[in-house]
Design a protein around this ligand. Structure first.
Ligand code: GLC
Length: 447
């Protein structure tokens, strides 16, 4: 739904290159306020609102061109009795996530926070400031906090009716609407969000499209306001002007992203099943092993993964989401050091494998299980010790120019010199994605 092509193609157009031979040492140091983001690598996205009750995608009001009155049936019955921010925060932390981003207001305009500028809030509807609950709970679990804020607002009377608006094609198109007043409303709400809830780490604006862009949003002004209120905050790129990081949505970049030859921070956001809001009859769930692989792919390309959950109309995670996060948690508990604080490596991995690197450690993620031997080009003389990450068991290795001796009389296959060969067990470890930790030695491998 979102048009990311601008930011991403701008990055791609400037030419994406592979890292130089010692990127882990040579990469420019980010300013302090972004360091946490790179270190964190994995975050939780939470889409919750009135649309969760319809349970058929967060765009339901637009897709079904529903009038406000029709949509109000959810407002009148909104009762998030199972929305348990503390539980959500625990789940996020156990899953290996280090930050969480909540929809403070989605395109329908409904606010989960206490706003003096509208009655259309969870506080008016139920007495609960869900943003407050979320912020407190995430902080208590040691997670960084981000706010998603929709630039679109189908409830606000001054937001002009455009191609996405539920009232498109009705008389509302002819009503006088004043985007300047809407801009003032947004500024007021951003001020509320950034002054009423302590130090917020990240702001995820959403989104810019052909009919509305930086001018409609007053993007520059909004960004200055954000910076003035929270100088250290990270702002994404969906105001239609460059942000602190770029936000590929529902696809995986396969290399580090650059703009004008400089690496940029990025975060791929992904759903569990293609919908951000709770979507009861959609069973297109991604396998937990795939999600872990996507996380590692992101890290291997210098990015983050923001993984979404859409709680039910009552505010709970559905069993499938819970099971998925439980599986991811199982993997994270044993493998998180290949992710947190890790980034791309200059070494080229063998086929069906990914490298991430953290100082003197290189992490080899095996996407397919090889038979007994795995050849690692360029690593001979560079590895001091190797072990599986899940159980700390040693992996033996040899450095040679020829295939392992027992194969020589059958089908001699020479390996390029400089190859290091690992000897692996026949049985694949029973984890979502096996990881081998290689302790590096030699020049250029200092932490
Ligand atoms: C798109 C969708 C929106 C969702 C967002 C998440 O912009 O319009 O519903 O919240 O992506 O990145």
């Amino acid at each position: 739904m979102v048009d990311n092509s601008q930011s991403i193609s701008a990055v791609n157009a400037s030419g994406v290159t592979v890292p130089d031979p010692a990127p882990d040492l040579a990469a420019p140091q980010p300013p302090a306020s972004t360091a946490w983001f790179e270190e964190a690598r994995f975050g939780l996205f939470v889409h919750f609102g009135l649309y969760s009750m319809a349970a058929r995608h967060e765009w339901v009001r637009s897709r079904e061109t529903m009038s406000q009155e029709a949509y109000d049936r959810y407002l009148h019955r909104f009762d998030p009795d199972l929305f348990d921010a503390r539980q959500l925060a625990r789940t996020a932390r156990e899953s290996g996530m280090r930050y969480a981003v909540l929809t403070t207001k989605h395109h329908d305009g409904f606010c989960l926070f206490d706003s003096a500028l509208t009655d259309y809030t969870s506080v008016r509807a139920t007495g609960r400031d869900l943003v407050r609950e979320f912020v407190d709970a995430m902080r208590a679990e040691g997670l960084r906090v981000g706010f998603y804020y929709s630039l679109l607002d189908w409830h606000h009377p001054d937001f002009t009716v455009d191609e996405h608006h539920p009232l498109r094609g009705t008389d509302a198109e002819k009503e006088p609407r004043d985007m300047a007043r809407y801009r003032a409303y947004m500024e007021g709400q951003i001020r509320e969000l950034l002054t009423g809830y302590g130090d917020i780490d990240l702001l995820f604006f959403d989104f810019t499209y052909p009919q509305k862009g930086p001018e409609a949003w007053g993007a520059e002004q909004l960004r200055s306001l954000v910076r003035e209120l929270r100088p250290g905050i990270l702002v994404n790129d969906r105001l239609g002007i460059p942000g602190d990081y770029v936000t590929p949505e529902q696809y995986q970049p396969d290399r580090p992203l650059e703009r004008d030859g400089e690496r940029v921070l990025w975060e791929a956001c992904h759903t569990l099943n293609g919908s951000w809001g709770y979507d009861r009859d959609n069973h297109d769930y991604k396998d937990p092993a795939l999600l872990v692989r996507m996380l590692v792919e992101s890290v291997a390309c210098g990015g983050n993964l923001l993984l979404n959950v859409g709680p039910t109309g009552r505010g709970a995670l559905d069993p499938r989401a819970r099971a998925t996060l439980r599986d991811i948690a199982g993997w994270s508990a044993l493998h998180s050091r290949s992710v947190h604080g890790a980034g791309p490596s200059a070494f080229t991995p063998p086929p069906n494998a990914l490298y991430t690197r953290r100082g003197r450690h290189l992490y080899l993620h095996l996407l397919a299980w090889p038979l007994k031997h795995l050849h690692l080009p360029g690593l001979a003389g560079r590895v001091r010790y190797a072990q599986f990450l899940h159980d700390g068991s040693e992996i033996r290795f040899q450095e040679m120019d020829q295939a392992p001796p027992e194969h020589n009389n059958l089908a001699p296959q020479s390996q390029p010199s400089g190859t290091l060969t690992l000897t692996l067990p026949i049985a694949r470890p029973d984890v979502l994605l096996p990881v081998i930790e290689l302790e590096l030695d030699g020049p250029g491998t200092e932490a």
